[in-house]
Write a protein that binds this ligand. Structure first.
Ligand SMILES: *Cc1c(COP(=O)(O)O)cnc(C)c1O
Length: 401
């Protein structure tokens, strides 16, 4: 039987069984649902996209997968070329992996080893943010800061190797002054912390982080697994402030196949590139550079560009702001909107108990968690469909007064 994610299996309600999916819609046997979650924020083009399907079929006619150890293929080459030219500045070196968590692990390993290769063995610490989420593997749990995800780590006691700070410039400056010669990196979800509660913050924080990282020679890592490909209203937050290492996942393949990439800049790459075999990056997920994943990722980026997805995203933000304008309720703590992400935070999680079923009955799939009802819709959503998603959120509060 299936052991489901983030569930107490004893109490779990039966999941909705999906029989078909097309565009923004999921189909159960008797319901048609707008997927307001985009299958964990990844299905940016919607389901069963003809061009994405075709790209995979074309690759499948050749082969589904060959390993990247000692072998290479056209789709991986083309995707790394595309990312190299598409991503800002000298973020040029693409290390592929099969999931966001693994790609973050790779970024953290890169940062640690970068300084070992440079002979700075004392730089063992990672600076991270409170409420951060960077994945569910062990090191990413340690770097993350969410009781719900990593309370299991309590068995080890508090980590000596990760420092968590609140998201404000003052605490950032204090941390750098105190720990700078022990830090190998500062890792953040830039502008939007997703699984930690859709928390949004200002670009000035990242600008200051860049300055401090430069001043103290600490690597800056952007985990854009969730924020990448337009979600914040920026193509990448890395377009505004450039990190040394950028991690992409989720929407990379348009939600078709689990794949991710850790992109290093020239400085980081140079820290590994020499005659010493011990300075190599000793990592290699079995399915890195999977041919089906690379071919669909390439096509996904092509569509993102040619169909001007950034303007679609700006339109989503505009409609969302308009529809939520003036909406309030005594049970709501805050409504946050950034790009194609909207979140209603309530004071008491009891307030939103039952929302998922309520939305389901109205033709919207939603997955609220803790104190948050949110939507991260596919970018191809129509205005009417988006209004329906937002209207359902508002209706919940109006009906249950
Ligand atoms: C989802 C997510 C991850 C983990 O990605 P997986 O593919 O689920 O392993 C890491 N970082 C952020 C910011 C995420 O949102």
């Amino acid at each position: 039987m299936i052991w489901y994610p983030y569930e107490q299996m004893k109490k779990m309600k039966t999941p909705y069984k999906i029989e078909d999916a097309k565009g923004v819609y999921l189909y159960t046997k008797d319901k048609k649902l707008i997927d307001s979650v985009s299958s964990w924020w990844s299905v940016i083009h919607g389901y069963k996209h003809p061009e994405l399907n075709k790209a995979i079929e074309k690759q499948l006619d050749k082969f589904a997968h060959v390993m990247l150890g000692g072998l290479v293929h056209e789709s991986a080459q083309k995707l790394s070329d595309k990312l190299q030219s598409w991503l800002p500045k000298d973020l040029d070196y693409c290390f592929f992996s099969d999931s966001g968590s693994v790609a973050v692990e790779v970024a953290l390993k890169m940062a640690l080893q970068y300084y070992m290769n440079c002979g700075e063995f004392q730089r063992t610490k990672v600076l991270a943010l409170e409420h951060a989420y960077h994945g569910d593997t062990f090191k990413t749990m340690e770097v993350g800061d969410d009781e719900d995800y990593h309370f299991v780590l309590k068995a080890y006691g508090k980590s000596k190797n990760v420092i968590h700070i609140p998201t404000n410039i003052e605490d950032l400056e204090i941390a750098f002054e105190k720990y700078h010669n022990q830090l190998n990196c500062f890792i953040v979800e830039p502008l939007l912390q997703g699984a930690g509660g859709m928390r949004m913050y200002d670009i000035s924080f990242l600008k200051r982080a860049r300055e401090l990282c430069d001043k103290y020679n600490v690597l800056l890592i952007f985990d854009e697994v969730a924020t990448g490909f337009g979600r914040t209203g920026n193509r990448f937050v890395a377009d505004l402030v450039t990190p040394d290492i950028l991690v992409l996942g989720k929407a990379l393949t348009g939600g078709y196949i689990g794949h991710a990439v850790t992109v290093a800049n020239h400085k980081v790459y140079k820290g590994f590139y020499d005659d010493n075999p011990n300075h190599a990056l000793m990592h290699g997920p079995t399915f890195m550079g999977n041919a089906l994943a690379c071919s669909v990722a390439l096509k996904s980026i092509e569509i993102f560009e040619s169909q001007d997805y950034m303007s679609k995203i700006h339109k989503i933000e505009e409609i969302t702001k308009r529809e939520m304008q003036g909406f309030s309720d005594y049970r709501i703590k805050e409504i946050r909107i950034m790009g194609a992400c909207v979140c209603i935070e309530v004071h008491d999680s009891e307030t939103i108990k039952g929302y998922q079923q309520f939305a389901y009955e109205r033709g919207v799939f939603s997955r609220p968690f803790l104190n948050y009802i949110y939507a991260m819709v596919p970018y191809i959503i129509s205005e009417d469909e988006l209004i329906k998603v937002l209207g359902t959120m508002k209706e919940w509060f109006e009906i249950n007064k």
